[in-house]
Design a binder for this molecule. Structure first.
Ligand code: ATP
Ligand code: BTN
Length: 270
């Protein structure tokens, strides 16, 4: 039997239970891939796949997401949005707001967001990755289908990773996995509604409130030369604002990596 019991989850979801259709699996390749296949076969908006183990969990740009059943929560939510995919450019930031609100609401201390798709934990002297978001879109004549994939570490992964990683327990959260998943799904339902009606602009202030690197020196690594600047947060459309020697630049593409470049003391530094 899978670690998530859909009946117990429904109890935790209370009045929101009817909005979700949850299937808990022992194993699959990737919850995003499995859910995409089910969406193609007509699964309704609100379908959730949660898996104890992923054989091929994915991050952005073909990277792997590592997880083990006891120490993580890996799931995907299918949601239909009106309009075409170009209206969803800020969705991974909106999902970040839902995650941050949920984890903060469960008593998590030091929950922060990193553009465009990471949840970090601010802890002694560093920021460590707590969760990642992978959104995959497909459009049809009824609108855009979003597969919202979330990998959350309940405890820090045992593997050596290129960037520091952390688990929810380190943030002081003692809730069990059913409470954690229910809290995230509840926030996602609310955030998706606001996003569909008013776009990311309506969630921007909250994103800024959780922003990890506000006012800190960062660099953007992409195909060309690195761009250096001071991170000013995000704009209404979800683009990153960077104060560079040439003035304020907007970074639209999530196909780049954001890294800290200095250690200048600033507000928000752990
Ligand atoms: P960026 O998005 O800025 O390039 P990133 O390192 O966060 O930086 P992503 O593609 O967003 O890159 O996330 C995938 C990365 O997450 C992988 O490179 C891997 O090192 C890391 N990773 C994989 N599994 C975990 C995990 N369980 N916890 C934390 N990090 C992980
Ligand atoms: C990232 O940080 O790059 C995103 C990681 C997203 C991982 C989750 S785990 C559940 C879902 N299924 C996947 O294969 N990926 C996402």
């Amino acid at each position: 039997m899978a670690l998530i019991d859909p009946v117990m989850l429904k109890t935790r979801l209370g009045a929101l239970a009817g909005r979700f259709d949850v299937d808990a699996l022992d194993e699959c390749d990737s919850t995003n891939s499995e859910l995409m296949r089910r969406a193609e076969r007509g699964a309704p908006s609100g379908t959730v796949i949660v898996a104890d183990r992923q054989r091929a969990g994915r991050g952005r740009r073909g990277r792997s997401w590592l997880s083990s059943p006891e120490t993580s929560l890996t799931f995907s939510l299918f949601w239909r949005f009106p309009g075409n995919a170009s209206r969803l450019s800020g969705l991974s930031l909106a999902v970040g707001v839902a995650l941050a609100r949920a984890l903060n609401g469960l008593g998590g201390a030091g929950i922060r967001l990193k553009w465009p798709n990471d949840v970090l934990l601010a802890r002694q002297g560093e920021f460590a990755k707590l969760a990642g978001i992978l959104i995959e879109l497909a459009s049809d004549r009824r609108g855009t289908q979003a597969i919202v994939g979330i990998g959350l570490n309940l405890a820090a992964p045992a593997e050596d990773l290129p960037q520091p990683a952390a688990g929810l327990a380190e943030a002081g959260v003692v809730a069990d996995r059913h409470q954690v998943l229910a809290a995230i799904l509840a926030e996602l339902a609310g955030v998706h509604e606001v996003f569909a009606a008013r776009g990311f602009a309506a969630l921007r202030e909250d994103w800024q409130r959780f922003h990890a690197w506000h006012g800190l020196s960062v660099q953007i690594l992409g195909e060309g030369a690195a761009v250096q600047g001071v991170c000013l947060g995000v704009d209404d459309d979800g683009s990153l604002l960077l104060d560079t020697a040439q003035g304020v630049e907007r970074i639209f593409s999530g196909d780049v990596s954001l890294r800290r470049s200095g250690n200048g003391a600033a507000e928000g530094e752990p």
